[in-house]
Design a protein. Structure first.
Lengths: 293, 271
C-alpha cells in the first residue's frame, strides 16, 4: 500500500502529461483541418464506434507531407545540418577534452567548471551573443576588415554557416563531458606500452587512445545530434529564410499557418525518425555500463 | 614527464576562448553608450537603468521566477519519488513503461513536447497561463531530477537504511533520518537544474502559454528577432552574473561539505 502511494503520483503525472498528449498528437495528425476553434475536425465519435473510425482513416496529412517538397527538404536538411554540426562539434570538442586530461590534476576541477558554466547560462542568450558577432557590421567582420584579411564584409548571419557555428557553440559541453570522462579513465601505461613497442605518438593516439574513448565519442555525438535534429531557436535566430529545419517548419505550421493536423503529422514523423538514434544511444550507454561492472 | 604539450595548450586556449569570448563581448557592449551595438561610444550604465524602468520586462521576469519556483519544487518532489521507485521499488507492473516515460522527455525535441502538451490543455479545456506552463515545466524537469537523484541512490549503501529499520525506525522515519540527508545534495542539485531549465525554456513555454502570461525568454526572443539591442545585452549580463555567482557558490559549498564529511568520517574511524 505504501509502495503504491509512492509509485502512483509520478506514474499518474507522466501518464497524463506525457503519454496522453502523444496519443492526442497522433489522433489530430489523422484529422482534417477546418476553420473552427480548435481548427480541426475530429474524425472520431463514440456513436459510430472504433471500426467505423479505422475504416475511414485516410492518412491524408501524411500523404500531403510526402507530396509537398518543402517537408522532404526540411527533413533532409535538418538531418544534414545536424550531422555536419555533430562532426564539427566532435572536431572542436575532442582536442579540448583531450587537453583537459593532460593538464596537472589540480587544474581539472576548474576547467571542468568552465566547461559546465555555459551549460547553466541561458541557451537563448548564448545564441543571441552570436548575432552581434556574425552580422554584416558585426565584430567578426570588423576584426577581419581591420586586419585587412578581407575587403568586403562576409555574409555569415542568416546562412547555414551561422547555424553550424551556433550548434557547435551551444552543444560543445555535451560533447566534451562524455569524451573527457572516457579519456580520464584511460590508463596512460597503455600509450607508453604502444610507444615502447615502436608506435609513433600519432599512431599510438590513433590505435590506442581513439578506440578506447569510443564510447565517449559515440555518447557525445548522440547528445549533440538528437537535440540538434529538432532544433528551433538556432535556425530561427541565426539561420536565414532558406535554412530549413524541421523544428522551425513545425513551429511555423502551427503558429503561422494554424494547420494543427499537418503540424501534428510533422511531429509524428520527426518522432519516428528519432527512434533509431535514441535506441542506438541507449544501447551504447548500456554497453558502457556493462563494461564498467 | 611533461604531459602538457604545446598542442594541448593551444587547443585548450582556443577552445575556452571560443566558449567565453561571445559572452565577454556581450557583457562589454552592455556598457556601451551608443544605441548602435556594434560601435563603441564610451562607458555607460544607462541601459541597465532603462531596463529597470521597462514594465514589460519586469513583469515577464516576475512570471518566469514564479513559474520556475513552483515547477522546480513540484518536479523535485515527483522526481525524487520516481527515482526512489526506480532504484528501490523492485519489480512492479508497468515498470518498463515507467522508466521509458522517465527517459523519453530527456531526448524529446522541445517542439514536440510543447505541441503535444498544448493539444492536451486545449483538449481538456484548461485556460492557458501560468498554471499550464508550470504543469509543462514540471513534466520535463521531473525527469531530469529523477536521473540526478537516482544516480546518487544507486551509489549509496543500502545497509544504512536496513540498519535504521532494524533499530526500530518506521520506513518513513528511515527515509527522513537516513536516506534524505544522504541524498540531499543530489536533491538540491536536481532542484537547481529544474529551476534553470524552467528559467531558460522558450519553446515549451511559447506553446503552452496564453496571452495572460509572458515569460522572460518569450519576451527576449520576440525582441531579439528584430536584431541586437543594448537593453537585451544588459539583461543578458545580469542573467550571466546571477548564473556565474550561483554555480561558483554551489561548487564551493559542495567542496566544503565534502571536506567536512571526509573529516567527520576520519574522526569516526579514529574514535
Amino acid at each position: 500500500m505504501r509502495r503504491f502511494l509512492l509509485i502512483a503520483p509520478p506514474y499518474a503525472w507522466l501518464l497524463l502529461l506525457f503519454l496522453t498528449p502523444f496519443a492526442i498528437v497522433v489522433k489530430i495528425s489523422l484529422s482534417d483541418i477546418a476553420l473552427a476553434i480548435p481548427p480541426y475536425v475530429p474524425k472520431f465519435s463514440w456513436d459510430e464506434g472504433i471500426w467505423a473510425y479505422l475504416n475511414q482513416l485516410d492518412f491524408e496529412n501524411f500523404i500531403f507531407l510526402t507530396q509537398d517538397n518543402l517537408y522532404w527538404k526540411a527533413y533532409l536538411s535538418s538531418f544534414k545540418i545536424a550531422a555536419i554540426s555533430t562532426a564539427l562539434t566532435l572536431l572542436v570538442g575532442y582536442p579540448i577534452a583531450y587537453g583537459m586530461t593532460r593538464v596537472p590534476s589540480e587544474w581539472r576541477p576548474t576547467l571542468m567548471m568552465l566547461v559546465i558554466l555555459p551549460f547553466w547560462t541561458s541557451f537563448l542568450i548564448r545564441v543571441y551573443a552570436w548575432m552581434g558577432i556574425l552580422s554584416n557590421e558585426g565584430y567578426l567582420n570588423q576584426l577581419l576588415l581591420w586586419t585587412g584579411i578581407i575587403d568586403t564584409p562576409l555574409t555569415i548571419l542568416n546562412t547555414n554557416t551561422a547555424v553550424y557555428i551556433g550548434i557547435v557553440y551551444t552543444y560543445l559541453p555535451f560533447m566534451i563531458l562524455p569524451i573527457y570522462s572516457a579519456l580520464e579513465r584511460l590508463d596512460d601505461s597503455l600509450i607508453e606500452a604502444a610507444e615502447d613497442l615502436g608506435c609513433s605518438r600519432l599512431t599510438a593516439f590513433w590505435l590506442v587512445t581513439i578506440p578506447l574513448s569510443k564510447t565517449g565519442i559515440i555518447a557525445g555525438c548522440f547528445l549533440v545530434f538528437i537535440p540538434a535534429l529538432g532544433e528551433f531557436v538556432i535556425p530561427s535566430l541565426l539561420g536565414g529564410s532558406n535554412s530549413l529545419m524541421i523544428g522551425k517548419v513545425l513551429w511555423e505550421e502551427f503558429f503561422s499557418n494554424r494547420d494543427w493536423p499537418v503540424a501534428s503529422a510533422v511531429a509524428v514523423i520527426l518522432l519516428l525518425l528519432l527512434v533509431i538514434p535514441i535506441v542506438l544511444f541507449q544501447r551504447n550507454q548500456q554497453n558502457q555500463q556493462e563494461a564498467d561492472q | 614527464m611533461n604531459k602538457t604539450s604545446w598542442f594541448n595548450v593551444v587547443s585548450l586556449t582556443l577552445g575556452f576562448a571560443f566558449l567565453y569570448i561571445p559572452m565577454i563581448i556581450l557583457i562589454i557592449f552592455s556598457f556601451n553608450e551608443s544605441k548602435l551595438v556594434t560601435v563603441w561610444a564610451g562607458f555607460s550604465t544607462k541601459w541597465y537603468g532603462e531596463l529597470m524602468q521597462n514594465e514589460a520586462f519586469l513583469n515577464a521576469a516576475w512570471v518566469t521566477i514564479r513559474v520556475a519556483v513552483f515547477s522546480s519544487t513540484l518536479a523535485t518532489v515527483l522526481g525524487t519519488m520516481a527515482a526512489y521507485v526506480m532504484v528501490r521499488g523492485g519489480r512492479f507492473r508497468g515498470r518498463t513503461l515507467f522508466s521509458g516515460m522517465i527517459y523519453a522527455p530527456l531526448v524529446m525535441p522541445e517542439v514536440i513536447t510543447g505541441l503535444s502538451l498544448l493539444l492536451l490543455f486545449i483538449g481538456i479545456g484548461l485556460d492557458r497561463g501560468v498554471l499550464t506552463i508550470v504543469l509543462a515545466h514540471t513534466t520535463f524537469s521531473m525527469c531530469y531530477v529523477s536521473v540526478v537523484v537516482s544516480s546518487r541512490l544507486v551509489t549509496f549503501d543500502r545497509s544504512l537504511e536496513e540498519a535504521a529499520l532494524d533499530l526500530g525506525c518506521s520506513p518513513a522515519q528511515a527515509f527522513r533520518l537516513v536516506t534524505l540527508p544522504i541524498i540531499a545534495p543530489a536533491v538540491i542539485s536536481g532542484w537547481l537544474l529544474a529551476f534553470t531549465l524552467s528559467l531558460d525554456d522558450l519553446v515549451i513555454a511559447s506553446f503552452t502559454t496564453g496571452p495572460s502570461a509572458t515569460t522572460l525568454p518569450i519576451k527576449i526572443f520576440s525582441a531579439v528577432r528584430l536584431g541586437v539591442s543594448p537593453e537585451i545585452n544588459a539583461l543578458s549580463t545580469i542573467m550571466i552574473a546571477i548564473v556565474t555567482f550561483g554555480v561558483i557558490t554551489t561548487s564551493l559549498v559542495t567542496k566544503h561539505q565534502m571536506v567536512r564529511q571526509k573529516r567527520e568520517e576520519q574522526e569516526a574511524v579514529r574514535s
